[in-house]
Write a protein that binds this ligand. Structure first.
Ligand code: UDP
Length: 141
């Protein structure tokens, strides 16, 4: 199976709940390596740029408001089948529909405040990783 990279964000709600370590453990236990990481309080422009594909969606303003409401932890993860593996760990977008034992089922409160972000495909992963990390700040092992 291919070694992939994906971009993960622990959103402001999960940072506020003090569950960064618990979420990191799930990545590590699933065989995903953290190859870059930073804590950042996104500016409105940064959040809008990151979610530009959703610009026309009705929830866009609320999503941006939420993403700038507090600091986030952003990381690049690497491992076999990392994109899908990470999406499986996250669970469905709406925590009410997320499978038991997933990050969103366990830590998220609503579809807006849903604890985590994960890239959905190889192309988006590449763009999203480079949005936060220059190549020299990625430490693949
Ligand atoms: N979102 C929302 N309301 C919706 C759909 C999405 O607030 O009805 C937010 C939610 O935070 C989600 C993000 O927009 O994580 C991006 O949506 P997407 O469909 O890409 O879901 P994801 O890939 O994060 O599961």
């Amino acid at each position: 199976m291919a070694i992939e990279r994906t971009l993960s964000i622990i959103k402001p709600d999960a940072v506020a709940k003090n569950v960064i370590g618990q979420i990191y453990s799930r990545f590590e236990n699933a065989g995903l390596k953290i190859i870059a990481a930073r804590m950042i309080h996104l500016s409105r422009a940064e959040a809008e740029g990151f979610y530009a594909v959703h610009r026309e969606r009705p929830f866009f303003k609320d999503l941006v408001d939420f993403m700038v409401s507090g600091p986030v932890i952003v990381q690049a993860l690497e491992g076999e089948n990392a994109i899908l593996k990470h999406r499986d760990l996250m669970g469905a977008t709406d925590p009410k529909k997320a499978e038991k034992g997933t990050i969103r089922a366990d830590f998220a409160d609503s579809i807006d405040a849903n604890a985590v972000h994960g890239s959905d495909a190889a192309e988006t992963a590449k763009v999203e990783i480079s949005y936060f990390f220059p190549a020299l700040n990625i430490y693949s092992r």
